[in-house]
Ligand binder design. Structure first.
Ligand code: FES
Length: 206
């Protein structure tokens, strides 16, 4: 008995399997096939009207332009760095005559500076201990700076005399500004033990 060829096989179409591919004709959608197998009329194809096409295009472009706008906002934000809230490194204090002889003014300690009128000069002394960086306290009754961390002590001029610190407190540049006030410039400093504080940049005659 000869084998039946593909041509001789009985055609079973529409197939009971709703997702089978059609033999001929246009491809029906899966829902249409399900409806056909179930014996009901398939739903009419969805008609795209001009209005719905415009609506879809409007929505698409709206989403696209929104995404582009958000991206540009991010770019603009990137161009402007965060605001720095650090204390300024150069700032005015007060007229030189307001600093009395042999006193230490603590008004600008928050800026990291004591203004001292000592030995005939007005100087700006750093508030950073030269041992390990703590902030000493000014003790007027003992006329000295005393570090609370390990006990280093400094004279009014910032020179160390007790405790573990190896060297004096540093000093910053001072000058008289156009406003007649004593200005402190922390961008420039000197070290007494190296002999770099003799320059007029680091002391205004009192
Ligand atoms: S940090 Fe000031 S004495 Fe050690």
């Amino acid at each position: 008995m000869a084998d039946p060829t593909v041509k001789d096989r009985p055609v079973q179409w529409p197939s009971p399997w709703p997702y089978d591919f059609p033999v001929e004709g246009t491809a029906a959608s899966a829902p249409d096939k399900v409806a056909r197998v179930a014996g009901v009329e398939p739903a009419p194809p969805v008609q795209m009207t001009r209005r719905s096409a415009f609506g879809a295009a409007f929505l698409g472009w709206g989403a696209f332009l929104t995404a582009v706008g958000v991206g540009k906002l991010g770019l603009v934000r990137f161009l402007f760095p965060n605001v720095s809230f650090e204390e300024p490194q150069e700032f005015p204090t007060a007229p030189p005559e307001s600093f009395s002889r042999d006193t230490v003014d603590e008004t600008w300690k928050k800026n990291g500076v004591w203004i001292a009128n000592v030995e005939g000069s007005i100087i700006a002394i750093s508030t950073v201990c030269t041992h390990l960086g703590c902030t000493p306290n000014w003790l007027p009754s003992e006329s000295k700076f005393k570090c609370p961390c390990h006990g280093s002590g400094y004279y009014m001029n910032g020179v160390n005399f007790e405790g573990p610190t190896p060297r004096p407190l540093e000093r910053f540049r001072v000058y008289i500004g156009d406003d007649g006030k004593l200005w402190v410039d922390k961008n420039m400093k000197c070290q007494v033990e190296q002999g770099t504080c003799g320059d007029r940049k680091f002391g205004i005659p009192a």
